[in-house]
Design a binder for this molecule. Structure first.
Ligand SMILES: Cc1cc2nc3c(=O)[nH]c(=O)nc-3n(C[C@H](O)[C@H](O)[C@H](O)COP(=O)(O)O)c2cc1C
Length: 384
């Protein structure tokens, strides 16, 4: 029996759809770092991109600690989709453009504070699993690289210890999980303000426990495990109870982005918690696209941040092109912190260079002028 080309198309399609998932892409990492003796760290100079830090962490950390960092919800499809979604849309480079000053356009204001780049360290709990000094490497690395660090509510070090590790003038935001009980929430708000944090990052995507199979096997599941009474009214009540700006983190739909703008949120943070809460939740790129298509004014009415799966300069550019002001990275910095501040600084330098050279090759001379015309997000048969 002869099959026509048309009849074969679904088969080609299935073959492309079934690409195996590689935790790190095969760019020779194994060939070069694979010879590192067990229990030692490769020299930082041999780390050439952020995925290398994941490789190092998996071979260096103990299994339960690594599983806590790496873990995603349920079958980890959202974790995987966060990484893969970036490769389903293409860039639209322009050539013969003066890009020689691109590096000078990296500095970015986040809620009025000046930083050296349009990316930041996302709030991640338990830095102590990767480094005995806990969050110190993240605070110091962020200071050396002059980027924002958002400190997790469930950090290994206490809030005063983290504040004590700051350099003079360094700006830190405090992420909070809140309880249903407002008296306790008020205490948390007051504590964050007294400790010197410049803003609150309020995690809104975790009203219930995360369904974390990989982590539960090792007894390192979600630390936020109760059902929380948590509504837009509660958010407004919180805003009326502190002088600090409160940024909702975990916006996953255009409806909620619009709602946040309506209630006057000073910024919103698109995130599915790194795929750790609800398997099936969209990636930040998909959320940003939804907002761009249905309510593009959101990007002008409030500052928009996003995180989840950002590993390359080009990933960041795709989000910035849609109107996102700054992108966060979680796991890469947690893995880099195994090396302490030197690792965190190295990760920042790698990312800064990638953002700059990728923007230059995209034909963007000024990062502040990047726009949706630099990406092609039409559904593409071959890459879907
Ligand atoms: C180990 C780990 C701990 C995390 N802890 C928190 C947390 O305490 N609060 C929070 O809002 N998000 C937390 N997150 C989610 C991150 O803030 C961020 O949304 C996510 O890591 C981004 O995805 P990425 O790791 O792919 O960059 C955590 C993520 C990881 C990997």
């Amino acid at each position: 029996m002869r099959l026509s080309t048309v009849a074969l198309l679904p088969l080609f399609r299935a073959a492309f759809a079934a690409r195996p998932f590689l935790n790190e892409p095969d760019t020779g990492i194994e060939d070069v770092l694979g010879n590192t003796p067990k229990g030692t760290l490769p020299n930082l100079t041999s780390i050439v991109g952020l995925p290398d830090f994941d490789y190092v962490a998996r071979h260096y950390m103990n299994l339960s600690g690594y599983s806590y960092y790496r873990n995603g919800a349920a079958g980890e499809w959202s974790y995987r989709n966060n990484l893969e979604a970036f490769h389903r849309i293409r860039l639209r480079p322009r050539v013969l453009v003066d890009i020689t000053n691109i590096e000078s356009s990296l500095p970015t204001k986040i809620l009025g504070h000046n930083f050296s780049a349009p990316f930041f360290i996302s709030p991640c709990a338990r830095a102590g699993y990767g480094n005995a000094e806990g969050e110190k490497g993240l605070v110091r690395g962020a200071s050396q690289g002059n980027i924002l660090y958002m400190v997790s509510d469930f950090s290994s070090l206490s809030k005063p210890e983290i504040q004590a590790a700051k350099t003079s003038g360094q700006v830190l935001f405090q992420q909070l999980y809140v309880a249903s009980n407002f008296t306790e929430t008020q205490r948390q708000l007051d504590q964050a303000a007294a400790a010197g944090f410049a803003a609150i990052v309020l995690t809104v995507d975790s009203a219930a426990d995360g369904n974390r199979h990989r982590a539960v096997r090792f007894g390192v599941g979600s630390a936020d495990s109760e059902y929380t009474y948590f509504t837009w009214d509660y958010y407004n009540q919180m805003r009326n109870s502190t002088r600090l700006p409160i940024i909702p983190k975990g916006i996953m739909s255009v409806e909620d982005a619009v709602k946040a703008v309506e209630v006057g949120a000073p910024a919103i943070y698109l995130s599915n918690h790194g795929g750790r809460q609800l398997d099936g939740a969209p990636s930040p790129l998909e959320i940003a696209l939804e907002i761009y298509e249905q309510a593009p004014y959101v990007f002008n009415r409030t500052e928009v941040y996003a995180d989840g799966g950002v590993r390359y300069g080009a990933d960041a550019l795709k989000l910035l092109a849609l109107g996102v002001k700054a992108v966060g990275l979680g796991r890469p910095f947690m893995y880099a912190n195994i090396y302490g501040d030197k690792g965190v600084k190295h990760a920042i330098d790698l990312m800064k260079r990638e953002v700059a050279i990728d923007a230059a090759n995209l034909g963007v001379g000024d990062l502040k002028k990047i726009s949706p015309t630099y990406i092609d997000y039409r559904p593409n048969y071959w890459y879907s």
